[in-house]
Ligand binder design. Structure first.
Ligand code: ZN
Length: 168
């Protein structure tokens, strides 16, 4: 998808502007909610396809909000839009609600966990494209500078660089 449509960038022309991407390419709205809570559960993000909106915890730091948005984007693209399996969605009440623990790792059932892990991998690849990461890291050799340029947390970048086989 991204390869063919072009990716909106942040003002620094490096980091991916995931919010603009969601709004313009996926045609979903983004709403930042303070103390986001659904069905009694504290959340980092939620995807509500019925209303074409992604909800994000407003009190999280900017980098975290971006990762959450990219994570929900993954549910939209991987689990909903192209899944060819609406039942997948129905089984979860037509929405994805993602707790802080989901965005990073874990959940109760293995299937749920796998979905969350995949969503995190997708989010990481979206915000930290392999070639761009390598290029930035080689040029700067500074985790903080690269993380700043990409608009991601230091921790997220370290994990990504390790995955890419670059020592972090
Ligand atoms: Zn999730």
């Amino acid at each position: 998808m991204l390869r063919y449509t072009g990716v909106p960038r942040l003002e620094n022309a490096i980091g991916v502007d995931v919010e603009v991407l969601v709004r313009t390419k996926l045609d979903f709205d983004v709403a930042y909610i303070e103390n986001l809570c659904i069905r009694g559960k504290q959340l980092s993000g939620a995807l509500i396809p019925e209303h074409r909106v992604i909800l994000v915890e407003a009190f999280d730091i900017w980098e975290r909000r971006r990762f959450t948005l990219a994570h929900e984007c993954a549910h939209l693209v991987l689990d909903f839009r192209n899944a060819g399996s609406p039942s997948l969605f129905e089984s979860h009440g037509d929405s994805f609600i993602c707790a802080p623990d989901d965005i990073g790792t874990t959940e109760d059932s293995p299937w749920q966990k796998r979905r969350e892990v995949l969503a995190n991998q997708f989010a990481a690849a979206l915000l930290m494209p392999g070639r761009l990461c390598k290029q930035l890291y080689v040029e700067n050799n500074s985790i903080d500078d690269c993380a700043g340029a990409l608009g991601v947390s230091r921790q997220a970048l370290q994990i990504r660089l390790n995955q890419l086989g670059l020592r972090a």
